[in-house]
Design a protein around this ligand. Structure first.
Ligand SMILES: Cc1cc2nc3c(=O)[nH]c(=O)nc-3n(C[C@H](O)[C@H](O)[C@H](O)COP(=O)(O)O)c2cc1C
Length: 227
C-alpha cells in the first residue's frame, strides 16, 4: 500500500467499491443471460477450463520480479478461467503477468454461491468487506504504459478481490484494458465502475470471455485493440 496516499481517500474508495458490488445485485442478476434466479454457471464450468493451457503458455516474467515489458497483464482468478485468458493475452503480447492473490485463497466451499453462508455469499452481503492481498502493487508499476486487468464476474460485478489492486495503484498516463470471464454475464458496466474507483488512467472498453476461450479468440481481441 502506498504510504503517501491519504488514508481517507483509500477508505472512501474501498467503501464505494464495496457498496457498488453489493447494491446492484438485483440489477446485475437480471442482466445475466440465463433467466433463472441463480443463473450463474456451476462450479464445474470453471474446473474444466483448459487446464493444459497453463502448461503450454510460455513462461512470463512475473511482475513481482520487475518489468521486462511495457505491458502488464494483472488478474485475479479463483478457479483458473481468468488466469487462462490472462496467460493467452500475455503470451500473445510478450507482456508481464501479475497475479492478484488473496492472502486467504478461496476454496470450493468459499465459492459456493448457492450457500448463503459461504465466504463469497457473506462477503457479497457485507458492505465493509475487505480482502487482503499478498501484494497489491506490482514492482515497477510506474513503468508500464498499458495494463490489462482481469477478473471473474461475481454476481454481475467484478470480483471484489481486485479492490486493493485498483485503489492502491496509480494508473495515471496508462491505457487500462479490463477483461473478465463469466458463465454468461456480460462485462456490462464493470470496467466503467473500475475506472471510477481507480480515478486515473485511460480505460478502454473491455471484453468478456467464456471459461474455455481459445487462443485464437483471445488473440483476435488483442489484435483488434491496435496496441
Ligand atoms: C461467487 C461467484 C459468483 C458468480 N457470479 C456469476 C454471475 O453473476 N454471472 C456469471 O455469468 N457467472 C458468475 N460466476 C461464474 C464465474 O464468473 C465464472 O466461473 C468465471 O469464469 C470464474 O473465473 P475464475 O476461474 O478466473 O475464477 C460466479 C462464480 C462465483 C464463484
Amino acid at each position: 500500500m502506498r504510504s503517501s496516499e491519504p488514508l481517507s481517500r483509500r477508505t472512501f474508495l474501498k467503501g464505494a467499491f464495496a457498496a457498488a458490488a453489493v447494491l446492484p445485485m438485483g440489477a446485475s442478476l437480471a442482466a445475466c443471460a440465463a433467466p433463472a434466479e441463480k443463473s450463474e454457471p456451476q462450479p464445474e464450468d470453471a474446473e474444466t477450463a483448459n487446464p493444459s493451457d497453463q502448461e503450454n503458455v510460455q513462461t512470463q516474467s512475473n511482475a513481482s520480479s520487475g518489468p521486462t515489458s511495457n505491458i502488464l497483464v494483472a488478474y485475479f482468478s479463483a478457479t483458473g478461467n481468468t488466469r487462462g485468458v490472462a496467460e493467452k493475452i500475455a503470451s500473445h503480447l510478450g507482456a508481464d503477468v501479475f497475479e492478484i492473490e488473496p492472502v486467504e485463497p478461496y476454496s470450493a466451499e468459499d465459492l459456493d454461491y448457492n450457500n448463503s453462508d459461504s465466504r463469497t455469499s457473506r462477503e457479497h452481503d457485507d458492505p465493509i468487506r475487505h480482502v487482503d492481498l499478498v501484494q497489491s502493487e506490482p514492482q515497477g508499476f510506474d513503468s508500464y504504459g498499458t495494463v490489462f486487468v482481469g477478473y471473474p464476474i461475481w454476481w454481475g460485478q467484478a470480483s471484489w478481490v481486485i479492490e486493493d489492486f485498483i485503489v492502491e495503484n496509480d494508473f495515471s498516463g496508462k491505457t487500462v484494458i479490463p477483461f473478465c470471464t463469466s458463465g454468461s454475464s456480460p462485462i456490462g458496466s464493470t470496467g466503467v465502475n473500475l475506472a471510477g474507483f481507480a480515478g486515473t488512467g485511460e480505460w478502454l472498453e473491455g471484453e468478456r470471455f467464456a471459461a474455455g476461450a481459445t487462443e485464437e479468440e483471445v488473440a483476435a481481441w488483442v489484435d483488434s485493440l491496435g496496441l
